[in-house]
Design a protein around this ligand. Structure first.
Ligand code: ADP
Ligand code: MG
Length: 264
């Protein structure tokens, strides 16, 4: 049964979507069955996976409002090699429609339960706010993966995020764990990066992934071609870094499956 990981951080622009698309592609390249769920009305994860958000028959909106089942909404993102539950601006309408519904925080969880057995990993891309969409993602998740930039206010933001995780544990999902913290747009030549990084390790110990994601222009370019960096430029530092992250994640879960060769 899939491990469900919400990729979240209330801060925008920290690499949530980039991490979702590229981690999904890297896990898929090591022969894991992966589903990427886009829970951001901006639909960036959808577009970045090579799926046109403006041409969707069904989307997360139909799922959350019970107009369609998970099996009906999910399909293979061919350019990327993993399954996608896509989204677009309609998700905002779902939030409004659910406002007075009982159990509105659990819609995504109940829907994903019907397809969990089909995957080893389900990644959920969250919007940069604590909206009902994020709460749905955190209710559905086993754990949160937190991408962050090692900059001055990062630790403050992280404290706020830990607070959110605690609140979710007290209310909608007592089982929610912290999967790990991922340092993104990492620049070891910057002394502030190293300072913040050291503090992170002090507070969060082995929750901090050893794999770091460097600032890499290929990661920024790939979405405009509608593909993960692994497909766009498999030798790029960004693609290689996300493969390393996938490897570390799989090892941490002590997956019995021996790593298959990377098929790109
Ligand atoms: P979020 O989903 O947290 O808002 P994104 O993944 O969309 O963040 O990233 C914000 C911007 O930074 C995007 O333009 C993305 O292409 C770029 N970006 C993300 N990670 C990297 C990286 N490691 N190197 C270079 N650019 C990056
Ligand atoms: Mg995003």
């Amino acid at each position: 049964m899939a491990r469900v990981i919400a990729v979240t951080n209330q801060k925008g622009g920290v690499g949530k979507t980039t991490t979702c698309v590229n981690l999904a592609a890297s896990l898929a390249a090591t022969k894991r069955r992966v589903l990427l769920v886009d829970m951001d009305p901006q639909g960036n994860a959808t577009m970045g996976s090579g799926v046109d958000k403006n041409a969707l028959d069904l989307s997360g909106y139909d799922l959350l409002t019970k107009r369609a089942s998970a099996a009906e909404v999910i399909f293979l993102a061919e350019a990327s090699g993993f399954d996608i539950l896509p989204a677009n601006g309609d998700l905002t309408a779902a939030e409004v429609e659910l406002m007075n519904e009982i159990g509105r925080e659990h819609r995504l969880r109940l829907a994903l339960n019907t397809v969990r057995d089909n995957y080893e990993y389900i990644l959920i891309d969250c919007p940069p706010s604590l909206s009902l969409l994020t709460v749905n993602a955190l209710s559905a998740a086993d754990s949160v993966l937190i991408p962050m930039q090692c900059e001055y206010y990062a630790l403050e933001g992280l404290a706020a995020l830990m607070n959110t995780v605690e609140q979710i544990q007290e209310t909608v999902n007592p089982e929610l764990q912290v999967e790990g913290i991922l340092r993104t747009m990492y620049d070891p030549r910057n002394s502030l990066t190293l300072d913040v990084s050291a503090q992170l390790s002090e507070y969060f110990d082995d929750k901090v992934y050893r794999a770091v994601i460097p600032r890499n222009v290929r990661l920024a370019e790939a979405p405009s071609y509608g593909m993960p960096a692994l497909k766009y430029d498999r030798a790029s530092k960004g693609a290689v870094a996300y493969l390393a992250l996938a490897g570390e994640m799989v090892r941490r879960h002590g997956s019995k499956k021996t790593s298959a060769p990377v098929a790109v």
